[in-house]
Ligand binder design. Structure first.
Ligand code: THU
Length: 162
């Protein structure tokens, strides 16, 4: 047999089509992106995590002269949320990416490592984390859960006999 695994991607042409709290979240990701430390790639990414209590936690990519020592925006933000607000649910994460050398007109999806890192929190809290993405301009993509971007996910249920 074959099984099709698919997910629903929402596409918005303008930010004002989003609910207010997502507009604010995406704006926060853009502001955070502008503070990214990306002197090697010139590719700046900002992430904003929306907590259950309404608080927004920011992150951006932090590069390093020893390239692999740097970290993506999404993990900076979600680890910051996990470290400082371990008991709050993560409702959504907004991501904005742009290059200093050219303009991003379509959203950049989060890298595989970041999908896995975000998946940990979604699995732990047993409720979905919405992901919003945008370039500098152009359409906004929204998916309703991290698992949508990471089918056949690896999680801690495999680390014990069930
Ligand atoms: N980057 C992110 O911050 N998030 C991603 O999901 C993909 C890539 C960063 C890492 C590096 O600083 C730069 O973008 C170029 O790869």
């Amino acid at each position: 047999m074959k099984k099709k695994i698919s997910f629903e991607l929402s596409i918005y042409d303008a930010i004002d089509e989003l609910p207010r709290e997502y507009q604010k979240l995406l704006d926060s990701a853009v502001k955070s992106r502008e503070k990214a430390y990306a002197p090697y790639s010139n590719f700046q990414v900002g992430a904003a995590v929306l907590l259950g209590n309404g608080e927004i936690i920011l992150g951006n990519n932090q590069e390093n002269a020893s390239y692999p020592s740097g970290l993506c925006a999404e993990r900076v933000a979600i680890f910051c949320a996990g470290a400082n607000h371990p008991n709050e649910v993560v409702k959504a994460i907004a991501i904005s990416a742009n290059s200093k050398d050219y303009e991003m007109k379509i959203p950049a999806g989060p890298c595989g490592n970041c999908r896995q890192a975000m998946m940990e929190y979604e699995h732990r809290q047993k409720s979905p984390i919405a992901i919003l993405m945008r370039g500098k301009k152009g359409p906004i993509y929204k998916c309703d859960a991290v698992v949508d971007l990471l089918p056949l996910t690896f999680n801690n249920s495999f680390l014990r006999d069930s």
